[in-house]
Design a protein around this ligand. Structure first.
Ligand code: ATP
Ligand code: MG
Length: 223
């Protein structure tokens, strides 16, 4: 018979950048994840702490898991968090800490040669392809630019190349992906990093271990 460990803390991470950059923070407190998500097919990964496990979810699902208590806490990009809260609200989601990992920026990019400034000045309507529809809508509304937002789930760079959009709103770090697709960055919307998010009820019910984890993350980023 399986018995549930009521002291278990569940941390939601997404594969890739966030997982890779969260590991060193945990490591500062001797916490290690015991499986490699790139080679394991498991979605629940044990750690060397009997009362801490990691669940692997899609990056966009991390705030959902934490908000609905599927995980006690999680690490999520601000980009994802802003979109999630715009759509579903932030009720029950405590956001105590900017972990300063997975740093990049949210930008507007257009094909090289597209007269973005001129179009904006003329008051032209722009077709903007993005995964970040709320952020994009808000940014252009504040600028007084009329936009038709085209929602995509990935490979935003393709849309202007094939004439489906005039511009994209996407994350940029090195700028290499933009360059490879003959796109240029024309606006910096905001800097982005990943944050710790915590389920509010879990924080009350499991106060001691969760506060300890917050302390570990806070100390790790202060190093
Ligand atoms: P999925 O692949 O499941 O659709 P995703 O593409 O959003 O999700 P990632 O590309 O791993 O997943 O991005 C996860 C998070 O990492 C983003 O929400 C963002 O905060 C951060 N991130 C994404 N791209 C970059 C980048 N170029 N540089 C730094 N951080 C980034
Ligand atoms: Mg991805």
């Amino acid at each position: 018979m399986r018995t549930e460990n009521f002291n278990m803390i569940t941390l939601a991470l997404s594969k890739g950048r966030i997982f890779d950059e969260t590991l060193p923070l945990l490591k500062t407190a001797g916490i290690e994840v015991l499986e490699n998500p790139e080679t394991s097919r498991k979605l629940i990964l044990p750690t060397n702490q009997p009362d801490l496990r990691v669940v692997l979810v899609r990056a966009t699902d991390v705030p959902t898991y934490v908000q609905y208590g599927g995980a006690d806490l999680g690490v999520t990009g601000q980009d994802t968090l802003i979109e999630h809260c715009a759509e579903w609200g932030a009720t029950g989601l405590y956001q105590p800490l900017d972990l300063r990992i997975a740093q990049c920026r949210m930008s507007v990019a257009v094909p090289a040669g597209f007269d973005y400034a001129g179009k904006v000045k003329q008051g032209a309507r722009l077709r903007v392809a993005t995964k970040y529809t709320h952020t994009a809508r808000e940014f252009f509304a504040a600028k007084g630019v009329h936009v038709d937002i085209i929602k995509l789930y990935g490979s935003m760079e393709l849309a202007p190349l094939i004439g489906m959009a005039d511009a994209i709103v996407d994350l940029v770090s090195s700028g290499n992906t933009l360059k490879a697709n003959q796109l240029v960055e024309v606006e910096h919307i905001m800097p982005i990093s990943s944050h710790l998010v915590i389920n509010h009820a879990a924080l009350k019910l499991k106060q001691e271990p969760i506060r300890r984890l917050i302390g570990i993350f806070a100390a790790a980023i202060a190093q």
